[in-house]
Design a protein around this ligand. Structure first.
Ligand SMILES: *Cc1c(COP(=O)(O)O)cnc(C)c1O
Ligand code: SF4
Length: 335
């Protein structure tokens, strides 16, 4: 019990002690404050810097091009207007059937239990999503439940972001209990970046919630670069596997971060070392503020062809794009 309480405090105290000041991040890494011009600070005002200290420790001191640093640091190019990039590139507001619930895919619903994340990823397609109006409360379950019952095709609940693991175990347990009331729901899937950025989040209480549920448990973690993964991550994955959780990874193809086959090959092997299989490799969603991460489809196809030569089939992620209005991910034509 003492051990359990300690672990609980550990990830929660890390979550309440994030780096949120760009000048502090710069100084931790011995970088020059010149990188923080007025446009970069405006970008920070729009979507605040937020990063766990543990993640910062994996960045290389003095390297302004570090692949982890570039994912979180507000960049002056975010403020450049680009007509192809919009606030809601995936039309999620249209699929927002009820507060906190999106029904985009026939057999699955997405629930956004929270708008909070442990880390703010500059490329995030939900960086402008109106979470505050859209967090389900207990009373909303009274509407969600009949909605699901009226759609017997729904058999899976996907907890998505914000980051569903940034909520407390108590709250998570309550929602899992709700989902279990519906016999048609067979699977609970959690999409989360927390096990990568604060692996201690996989604590005993969470493992207990998952393993004592009748639902099949899937976790889709989110890592874009092998440097993000360490022995704490391995330990967290090991615990999940011991508790019968199936684990996958999804990544986003990002210019300057992982847009080459060497880096993606290394990521797949590193994930496999932790017994995690690559699932999706997304091309960037065209969300305002992220245009500097875009690579062309042609380049994505070339990288993917090179990757095919490097990796066994079981370590190949699916190269996909999300298209507004489509009821599934669309594979990119790779030739
Ligand atoms: C694509 C996607 C899903 C649904 O994924 P499928 O595996 O195609 O069912 C759920 N959540 C997020 C965040 C996604 O990007
Ligand atoms: S929802 Fe996921 S990708 Fe977006 S900021 Fe949060 S952790 Fe990053």
């Amino acid at each position: 019990m003492i051990n359990y309480l300690f672990q609980e405090k550990n990830w929660q105290s890390q979550l309440s002690d994030l780096i949120t000041d760009p000048f502090e991040l710069i100084s931790c890494l011995n970088l020059s404050p010149d990188d923080l011009n007025s446009q970069a600070l405006l970008a920070h005002q729009q979507f605040k810097l937020r990063v766990p200290r543990q993640f910062v420790q994996k960045m290389q001191i003095g390297n302004a091009y570090d692949p982890l640093f570039l994912q979180v640091f507000p960049h002056h190019l975010e403020m450049q207007e680009n007509s192809e990039f919009s606030l809601d590139p995936l039309g999620e507001r249209d699929a927002n059937a009820l507060p906190g619930m999106l029904h985009k895919y026939k057999s699955r619903i997405l629930m956004t239990l929270t708008g909070a994340c442990a880390i703010h990823c500059r490329y995030c397609f939900r960086r402008h999503f109106p979470y505050q109006e859209n967090l389900p409360k207990d009373k909303d379950w009274l509407a969600i439940k009949p909605y699901i019952l009226a759609h017997p095709d729904i058999n899976e609940i996907i907890l998505s972001g914000g980051d569903p693991l940034s909520i407390s175990n108590e709250k998570l347990a309550k929602w899992v209990g709700y989902f279990e009331q519906l016999p048609q729901i067979k699977t609970l899937r959690i999409h989360t970046r927390l096990p990568v950025v604060i692996p201690q989040r996989i604590d005993d209480a969470l493992l207990h919630i998952l393993s004592s549920s009748r639902l099949n448990n899937i976790m889709v973690v989110h890592s874009n670069h092998a440097n993000e993964l360490d022995s704490n991550f391995d330990t967290a994955m090991q615990k999940l596997i011991q508790h019968d959780v199936t684990i996958f990874n999804q990544s986003v193809l990002l210019k300057g971060i992982n847009d080459n086959y060497v880096s993606l090959t290394e990521l797949s092997y590193r994930l496999f070392q932790a017994r995690v299989l690559p699932y999706y490799l997304h091309v960037l969603d065209k969300v305002s503020g992220a245009s500097h991460f875009l690579i062309s489809d042609q380049k994505a196809q070339n990288i993917y062809q090179d990757l095919l030569k490097e990796l066994p089939g079981y370590l190949m992620p699916k190269l996909v794009r999300e298209i507004h209005g489509e009821q599934h991910k669309t594979p990119l034509n790779i030739y």
